[in-house]
Design a protein around this ligand. Structure first.
Ligand code: N01
Length: 536
């Protein structure tokens, strides 16, 4: 396909997205002397954190770990204030990094990339935006994020509602005051679980529409002890180096003991201990929680018992206690006083597991023939995860092949970095890489470093094109599936398998083989002369 426009402004690389991936990609590529432009739909850096401004939005990776590790200077110049950083604090951090590295100069905001088309003759990508830009680049780097394509379900009558509607993933910048309002929240994933307690603080009446209860663990958030924060900063570079050698990519070591090899008493003690620490450490209480149903059932039941202890009405507790999936197989939530919220008299849980929302009316929602009248509806309904942001762009590779067509039966990538038929197109934390299963900032740095080294390699060898080979891609997809099948993950209807998007192919998208294992595979590919890629 001839698409190349000789008059288009020429870049060495275009980066799509100015979240943490795009920011670091720009920094590294520019550092290699490349001419780079970043296109970003929002009016500033921050990516998913720019959009997700709902009440209670905060990161559930501990703040001292949720930061870049490539520059000691940047680490030393920043201090977190809470165990889990709030969205505004993360935005301040993104602003701090963008300022330190002077990134905004090469970023074009309020600009959404609409198309990226490969010209085989010119060996270049033509990238178009909704602002009328048409530029040409040798490399196209998709730093579009895994959870950035917000999704509102199609519910009949949606257009007839007279009140306000919001999506947690596209929250108004000025915030929303729900005081005196009757509010409906649809969805009980992380965004719902974080926002519901805060919306309940304001709203006069709150209805939560729950299709599937999720497991949520206590965050035990609080201000960071200054001495702890200082020590964490001191040891950060060493800790990060160590963490990068682990599969879990987490400071909290995973247990090496089976949940089935200890006595009931010992197990309860250990569960209580991990529960008392707050955060995700609970699921690594035993090595087999995520891959053996019997072990998982013990952990699941422990959490259900905790829910029953908190929620006073046993019927509501039963509805909130998940029984249709093993703990951890849908993305776990961390909360602050989520379950307690259901003890408040003005909060009503509406179970829609058997009777979906029939219709939205001018004044509310109808479930089971009953109308719930509300002033505002909050869609906490999540994202078209991992592939959504990529496929909303018209990406066409060799012979005009559309990425959407190639991925009709699920994403196919080599290492989650490249796609056969799409030369010089890289994804950062793409499907088939550890991405959302680990501390994503670590995954981002590993991917960007790999991509920049690859571009360096091409340039040093006088080469200009790299493309994943079909056979290597096939083998990788098979390996990713095999790894997932060795776990309990595929058992749940989660966004990991695309189950939340009607019609989306059911494929477990991230690579569950572990970060360090994956990192070693990527390094081996390089050591073997970019094995599985064709270089020209
Ligand atoms: O989205 P979700 P999210 N009718 O997909 C329900 C990350 N994140 O925005 O489970 C009724 O998890 C849906 O029901 P079901 C994190 O990785 C991180 O909460 O599909 N309900 C579910 O309850 C997270 O996992 C942070 O049956 C409908 C909810 O909507 C990911 O983002 C904070 C429905 C969607 O839950 C996504 O989280 C926030 C319908 N038609 C998010 N359609 C932190 O770091 C969907 N639902 C803390």
């Amino acid at each position: 396909m001839e698409t190349h426009d000789a008059a288009a402004e020429r870049f060495d690389a275009i980066v799509v997205g100015a979240g943490f991936a795009g920011m670091y990609a720009l920094h590294r590529l520019r550092g290699r002397g490349l001419k780079v432009r970043v296109f970003e739909a929002g009016d500033d850096v921050g990516g998913t954190w720019y959009w997700n401004r709902y009440p209670g939005a905060r990161c559930d990776v501990e703040s001292v770990e949720y930061q870049y590790g490539f520059s000691e200077e940047i680490v030393k110049g920043w201090s977190w204030t809470e165990r889990y950083a709030t969205q505004p604090e993360i935005m301040r951090y993104a602003d701090y990094v963008a300022g330190q590295l002077d990134l905004r100069n090469d970023m074009q905001f309020n600009t959404r990339v609409t198309a990226a088309v490969y010209d085989e003759a010119a060996k270049r990508w033509t990238i178009e935006t909704d602002q009328g830009d048409r530029v040409s680049a040798q490399f196209c780097i998709m730093a579009t994020g895994c959870l950035s394509a917000a999704r509102e379900p199609e519910i009949a009558g949606r257009g007839s509602f007279k009140g306000q509607t919001y999506h947690t993933g596209a929250w108004p910048h000025g915030g929303v005051d729900f005081s005196g309002q009757r509010v409906a929240v649809i969805g009980t994933g992380s965004s719902g679980v974080q926002s519901i307690p805060l919306i309940a603080e304001q709203a006069e009446r709150l209805f939560v529409f729950q299709r599937t209860p999720n497991f949520s663990l206590p965050a035990l958030n609080g201000p960071l002890d200054p001495a702890f924060a200082r020590a964490a900063k001191e040891s950060f570079m060493e800790d990060r180096k160590r963490v990068r050698t682990t599969d879990s990519c987490s400071m909290m070591p995973a247990s090496e003991i089976s949940a089935l090899d200890v006595t009931e008493e010992e197990r309860q003690r250990n569960f209580e201990h991990r529960w008392g620490k707050g955060g995700f450490a609970f699921v690594t209480s035993y090595k087999d929680v995520m891959n053996k149903l019997e072990a998982n059932a013990l952990a699941s039941e422990f959490v259900r018992s905790k829910i029953r202890q908190v929620v006073k009405d046993p019927k509501i507790a039963d509805l909130l206690a998940p029984t249709n999936h093993p703990i951890g197989t849908k993305r776990l939530c961390l909360d602050s006083h989520y379950y307690e919220t259901y003890n408040r008299p003005h909060v009503t849980l509406v179970d829609i597991s058997n009777a979906p929302i029939e219709r939205i009316t001018a004044e509310g929602l109808i479930v089971g023939g009953q109308e719930y009248k509300v002033d505002s509806i909050v869609f906490a309904t999540g994202f078209d995860a991992m592939t959504g942001a990529l496929l909303r762009i018209d990406i066409r590779g060799k012979s005009g092949l559309k990425l959407g067509d190639k991925w009709a039966a699920g994403p196919r990538t080599y290492l989650g970095l490249g796609v056969a038929g799409f030369p010089n197109l890289f994804m950062v934390t793409g499907p088939g890489s550890p991405s959302v299963l680990v501390n994503v900032i670590i995954a981002i740095e590993q991917h960007v470093d790999w991509i920049v080294d690859c571009i360096d390699h091409l340039s040093a060898k006088g080469l200009s094109v790299i493309e994943a080979q079909v056979e290597a891609e096939d083998r990788w997809v098979e390996h990713v599936n095999e790894k997932a099948d060795g776990t309990l993950y595929p058992l749940a209807n989660s966004w990991y398998v695309g189950a939340n998007v009607p019609g989306k192919a059911r494929v477990f998208m991230p690579y569950v083989g572990g970060f360090a294992t994956y990192d070693r595979i990527c390094a081996r590919v390089v050591a073997n002369g970019y094995e599985g890629f064709s270089l020209a």
